[in-house]
Design a protein around this ligand. Structure first.
Ligand code: ATP
Ligand code: MG
Length: 250
């Protein structure tokens, strides 16, 4: 049975998708059957893994609405043990359709439950909001990873995110563990980066991963080649960091 892990932060551009794609990639490289579920209408994880969001016929949207069987929605990637459920822009509209339906928080969970026996890890890449999409993502998960960019405003908003997680935990019939905060785009030469790291490690009420993801040009470039980092620049510092993170998770 898969460990289902949401990658979540309502703040935009903090490294959620980069983490989903490259952590997923290294879990797969470690021999773990891994599925990435792209649950963001921006569909960045899908394109980073070679899926064209404007052309996918069966996306996560069709999966959660039951229009398509899960088997038709899962796609292979360039890595042997890594599969992807792609997203598409019309996922944004799905929320308007779902909002009046009963059990609207559990659509993604019901979809993922049909797949979880086939994988060891399922990572859900979430959009930058605390919307019904995000609530669906958290309600489908056992654990949540919160990427935190090493910059001044990053710590603001974490309280609101943890409140949402706590509220959900109270209403869920299963555990939702804050697996940890993950420092991203870290530059140890910058005073500010070190200060944010110190502040997070001192005050965050849940674990903080030992691995810090450095700012790395290779990580930013890899998606434009539709490749996870281990197929683009396996020798880069960013690659080494995500490999260490995968070991920490396992
Ligand atoms: P959104 O909230 O829009 O979904 P996100 O949280 O998923 O964003 P990413 O898309 O992963 O964030 O990253 C934002 C930008 O920063 C991207 O251009 C990405 O390539 C770049 N980036 C992410 N992590 C790193 C890193 N460690 N070093 C350098 N660039 C990075
Ligand atoms: Mg993203």
């Amino acid at each position: 049975m898969a460990r289902v892990i949401a990658i979540c932060n309502q703040k935009g551009g903090v490294g959620k998708t980069t983490t989903a794609v490259n952590l997923g990639g290294y879990l797969a490289c470690a021999g773990k059957k891994t599925l990435i579920v792209d649950f963001d209408p921006q569909a960045n994880a899908s394109s980073a893994l070679g899926q064209d969001p404007l052309r996918v016929e069966a996306s996560v949207y069709h999966g959660i609405l039951g229009v398509d069987h899960p088997d038709n929605v899962v796609r292979p990637s360039t890595l042997a043990n890594l599969h992807i459920v792609p997203s598409a822009p019309h996922l944004a509209g799905a929320m308007i359709e779902l909002v009046d339906l009963p059990e609207r928080e559990y659509f993604l969970r019901k979809f993922i439950n049909q797949l979880r026996h086939r994988y060891e890890y399922i990572l859900i890449d979430l959009p930058p909001s605390l919307s019904l999409l995000t609530v669906n993502g958290l309600a489908a998960s056992d654990e949540v990873i919160i990427p935190v960019q090493a910059e001044y405003y990053s710590l603001e908003g974490l309280g609101q995110l943890l409140e949402t997680v706590n509220l959900l935990k109270k209403n869920l019939s299963h555990e939702l563990k804050v697996n940890g905060a993950l420092l991203t785009m870290f530059d140890k030469r910058e005073h500010l980066s070190r200060e944010v790291a110190k502040e997070l490690r001192t005050n965050f009420p849940h674990p903080v991963f030992e691995t810090e993801i450095p700012r790395s040009v290779a990580l930013a470039e890899a998606p434009s080649f539709s490749k996870p980092i281990m197929l683009y620049r396996p020798d880069s510092a960013g690659a080494a960091a995500y490999e260490r993170l995968a070991k920490e998770i396992i």
